[in-house]
Write a new protein. Structure first.
Length: 119
């Protein structure tokens, strides 16, 4: 009986480790960017001067992110589906995004629930 309880407890522990941590909704303000360009090109990979390139990458389905003063959040969820179809109007613009924020292996993500151009 003790072995059964130990196995069940061990299985529950492993399952808990495998599941992502609960993600609370947050609201974050930043610029919608092509992650590769924003990471590789630094300042040259963002803003109006880079808007056309960022749009081209986003239309091809490249990962799109939210660039803040201290991080880049990969934008995920329904908004990023179908080659970023719902995000294209926001590329290279400063926006406010609300959604569940997670981090795995040092990569921050936000599952977009709402997005709007910042005022």
């Amino acid at each position: 009986m003790r072995n059964v309880i130990s196995m069940v407890a061990g299985a529950a522990f492993v399952a808990a480790l495998a599941m992502p941590a609960f993600a609370a909704d947050m609201t974050i303000k930043g610029e919608v960017v092509d992650i590769a360009c924003a990471t590789d090109k630094k300042d040259a990979g963002k803003g109006d001067a880079h808007a056309a390139c960022a749009m081209s990458c986003a239309k091809r389905g490249q990962p799109v992110g939210l660039l803040t003063a201290d991080a880049i959040y990969t934008l995920t969820g329904d908004y990023a589906a179908n080659k970023n179809a719902k995000l294209l109007d926001f590329v290279a613009k400063t926006v406010t995004v609300t959604g569940a924020v997670t981090e795995k292996d040092g990569v921050k993500s936000i599952n977009v629930k709402t997005i709007a151009v910042a005022k």
